[in-house]
Write a protein that binds this ligand. Structure first.
Ligand code: LLP
Length: 438
């Protein structure tokens, strides 16, 4: 992936930096991000829109990995930003990201979160439901402030992906149903508001999608609806946002398409449908998360204990696990790995990589071919850049690992390792009952 290669010392190198040296300097576990790969992906999406002469915004879905340095990078690459919580919005603002390029998502934004978005005058709020529509209208009224919104619809598409990350189908907690009249009522209400400017329509059909069919079908269904809205309400959106979900290659079995293929097939369909129905071409917005950062991330672990179950399997444990990567436990996600200090050594056995958490399900990789590894080895697990750090947790009170960016032979620490002090920072000691009662 990206700039990864084996260097002259026979070590895995990323962004021109020796990963064994990184592990020595910053300790393990350690997340390493290949910045050049992120830039290339960002440019891949942007350039495709430019070549096809389509007005577009590519918004990075920061839930995949949010940190101040990451947001700085997104800004450098001229992308927009999708946030889904007050915390992600706060991070974006702290990173000096231009508020007008921030889009705010979520199916249950709180009053405080909406007020925060209004306070910073962000680019748009993606309104998910009637409760939010009314609350936002009310808050705008109180502040005498207008805001741009997108209405999130569920077009009834089943994208082929893991059940838990499928979101565009009818039975979903997200958005207004496009077929049963909900979306029409939402649009009527939004258009009637003095404060809400209905910039466009949004949908997101799922995640880790390898085909263009779902996107194309969603675009088609929405545009047909837009034709009816055009007649009925004389309304036509400036923006059609088709969400994220573009798949990446975690293992050799995955066959993702390139950003340009996803984008050009979507554009092709939108052009065809709009011209067929005599409609304008809207701006096309997308929100990739995983496909911008997933393959750019590698986690380095130190190998520790091992256990042989005779005639069954050999477990090799590393110094992290579901606390820094919950995806295998949560989604049965698959990963590949090598020994960073000797990636070209001959494969000698098949082992299963266990984490160190007190939970049998804390397995990172089942049946991984490896040379015989021991505690002098560093394991590099690939493609952990999306939903790795962002879903990391302190289970077993394990401190979260640091994050390092590498590019052109240089490394930069962008998130520090948590300390034991951080772990107890919010704790309060038990007060003696006699003291509370007085
Ligand atoms: N836009 C919306 C409205 C979304 O809900 C999501 C992801 C994205 C964009 C970005 O999707 P991406 O391009 O990253 O696939 N934790 C799961 C993934 C959950 C995705 C939720 N929404 C995982 O680790 O696979």
């Amino acid at each position: 992936h990206g700039t990864s290669k084996v260097n002259q010392k026979g070590h895995l190198e990323i962004g021109g930096v020796d990963t064994v040296e990184l592990a020595e300097k910053y300790g393990t576990p350690l997340y390493v991000y290949d910045v050049e790969l992120i830039r290339n992906r960002a440019r891949g999406f942007k350039n495709t829109f430019e070549k096809l002469a389509v007005n577009a915004q590519v918004a990075y879905a920061s839930k995949a990995f949010s940190s101040i340095a990451m947001i700085n990078l997104v800004n450098e690459e001229g992308l927009s930003l999708d946030v889904v919580s007050g915390g992600e919005l706060y991070t974006a603002i702290a990173a000096n990201f231009p508020p007008e390029r921030i889009h705010f998502h979520g199916n249950n934004k709180s009053k405080e979160e909406l007020e925060m978005a209004l306070h910073y005058q962000i680019g748009c709020i993606v309104v998910d439901n009637f409760y939010e529509l009314e609350l936002l209208d009310q808050l705008c009224k109180e502040r005498n402030q207008n805001i741009s919104i997108l209405l999130r619809v569920t077009p009834g598409i089943e994208a082929h992906t893991h059940d838990y990350i499928l979101t565009g189908q009818e039975d979903s907690k997200f958005g207004y149903d496009l077929q049963n009249g909900q979306a029409d009522i939402a649009l009527e209400k939004a258009l009637a508001s003095k404060y809400l400017d209905v910039l466009g329509i949004h949908c997101h059909i799922g995640s880790q999608i390898f085909e263009t069919t779902g996107f194309v079908l969603a675009a088609k269904k929405i545009i047909q609806k837009l034709a009816s809205w055009n007649k009925r309400y004389s309304y036509f959106p400036k923006v059609l946002n088709l969400g994220g979900g573009f798949g990446i290659r975690y293992t050799v079995d995955d066959a993702p398409l390139s950003p340009s293929v996803y984008v050009s097939e979507i554009i092709h369909e939108v052009r065809e449908q709009t011209s067929l129905l005599g409609l304008n071409m809207p701006e096309i917005w997308i929100e990739p998360g995983r496909s911008l950062v997933g393959e750019a991330g590698t986690t380095l672990y130190s190998v520790g204990s091992s256990k042989e179950v005779p005639n069954v399997r050999k477990y090799i444990a590393v110094d992290g696990g579901m606390s820094d990567n919950i995806r295998p436990a949560l989604y049965e996600a698959k990963y590949e790995a090598v020994l960073a200090n000797r990636p070209n050594d001959k494969v000698e056995e098949t082992v299963s990589i266990a984490g160190k958490c007190c939970e049998s399900g804390d397995m990172l990789i089942w049946d991984l071919p490896l040379p015989k590894a021991d505690c002098s080895d560093i394991l590099a697990v690939f493609c952990t850049g999306a939903y790795g750090y962002s879903m990391a947790n302190n289970y077993n009170r394990i401190p979260r690992p640091p994050v390092v960016f590498v590019e052109s032979g240089k490394a930069q620490l962008v998130i520090k390792r948590e300390t034991y002090e951080d772990i107890i920072r919010l704790d309060m000691p038990l007060i003696e009952r006699s003291v509370i009662e007085t």
